[in-house]
Write a protein that binds this ligand. Structure first.
Ligand code: GMT
Length: 384
């Protein structure tokens, strides 16, 4: 198939999923065209079967806000026409589904394009496009319209599909295709851990990790709250991977608890698969998480997560088996549980194994990518 993929190309879960999906589809022989505002950060640009088309948004003194969504729609239609794409697959509904709807109508109307035909588009919902931004009254009606007009809609968890039906009143089918991880890339390699872990923790120290875009929804301050409690009870260090609006407030809190020297603020990192396996535990205390891709990536590396029981997280984490779930904001309970787990190495080991097993058995690319392929085929058969 010839597939056009659009996503936010910078750091963020939906962009990661879209990029990894494109890479996996290309490896399976599909022709993949990324139509994005810049090259997605996990692409090297050297992958076979992958093309990148930049959306350039021109500005004009009259424009207070340059119209990215229109430039995107134009580029989508051009690429779809030139390369005879079979379908468009957009990640994150706002505004990508609206742009895809326009592109699809342009192709069908055959304005200046060479071949008039149907160009189906699929929208994948990732989370805040429904649970946060999408609820804003200035976006809700148009997002609902574009979701309803999509030829296929997928959501990354049953929870998100349910929320979309409730909050948007969408009655059409929503296919649940959960997040995935490449278990050959996200894997704990003992020799790499032996080489790299001493950079972050001494042999007698426990190592925690948090990975996010440091937005308020991630509650990075709760990460510091939990870690500070643990670090006052046990020798411990924390790797904070990522960057974003709440980084400085996290730094200030670390200073207040006097744990700043025990925290590695690593900023945005490309090779997170090399850093995650170094840790003993992940902390993911999010206010909302439609799935929790960061926890899945850690679990594949045998790192269980201490997480909140929110959104789609329970579809990934089985409390006390492959991780631990807590009520939102209960940092005391999270810290206590982390301390007792670290003091029980056999229990931690069993949980680490269960975490890897879950990633491998249920969320590995080999299981999930074929679900996307067969969904594409179903949509194509339907619109023929
Ligand atoms: O909040 C983020 O991490 C970014 C956001 C996005 O859309 O880029 O992530 C959402 O999509 C991820 C991939 O599908 C999910 O694993 C995250 O749970 C989801 N984030 C939220 O729901 C807050």
């Amino acid at each position: 198939m010839k597939i056009g993929i659009t996503c936010y190309p910078t750091y963020g879960g939906s962009g990661v999923v879209a990029t990894e999906l494109g890479i996996e589809l290309a490896a399976r022989g599909h022709q993949v065209h990324f139509i994005t505002s810049s090259q997605p950060f996990r692409l090297t640009g050297r992958e076979a079967n992958i093309h990148f088309h930049e959306v350039s948004v021109s500005t004009y003194p009259l424009f207070e806000y340059p119209p990215y969504d229109l430039a995107l729609a134009t580029r989508m239609a051009e690429v779809a026409d030139f390369y005879s794409l079979d379908l468009l697959h957009v990640h994150y509904a706002i505004p990508h589904s609206v742009s895809a709807l326009l592109a699809s109508q342009m192709i069908e109307a055959h304005t200046q394009l060479s071949r008039r035909r149907k160009l189906p588009f699929i929208t994948t919902l990732h989370g805040t496009d429904i649970t946060l931004v999408g609820l804003d009254p200035s976006y809700l009606p148009i997002t609902r319209f574009a979701i309803e007009r999509s030829d296929g809609v997928t959501a990354i968890s049953s929870h998100l599909a349910e929320r979309t039906r409730e909050a948007f009143g969408v009655v059409s089918e929503i296919e649940v295709i959960r997040n995935f991880v490449n278990c050959d890339v996200y894997v704990r390699k003992p020799e790499l851990v032996a080489e790299m872990r001493p950079r972050f923790a001494a042999p007698d120290e426990h190592l925690f990790v948090h990975l996010s875009n440091f937005r308020p929804v991630k509650r990075v301050t709760d990460v510091i709250e939990v870690f500070a409690r643990v670090a006052h009870a046990l020798p411990a260090r924390l790797m904070l991977i990522g960057d974003g609006p709440d980084r400085s407030v996290a730094e200030q809190l670390a200073l207040r608890y006097n744990v700043q020297d025990r925290i590695h603020f690593l900023g945005k990192q490309d090779a997170v698969h090399e850093l995650l396996p170094l840790a003993d535990l992940m902390i993911m205390p999010s206010q909302m998480e439609s799935f929790g891709l960061a926890a899945l990536e850690a679990m594949a590396c045998r790192v269980p997560a201490i997480a909140t029981r929110v959104g789609g997280v329970p579809e990934l984490i089985d409390d006390q088996v492959n991780g631990l779930l807590f009520e939102l904001g209960d940092v005391d309970a999270m810290a206590e549980a982390a301390i007792s787990l670290l003091k029980a190495p056999d229990r931690l080991q069993a949980m680490s194994q269960a975490a890897r097993h879950t990633a491998q058995e249920r969320f590995c690319t080999t299981r999930i990518i074929p679900l996307y392929e067969s969904y594409y085929q179903r949509v194509l058969d339907r619109v023929k």
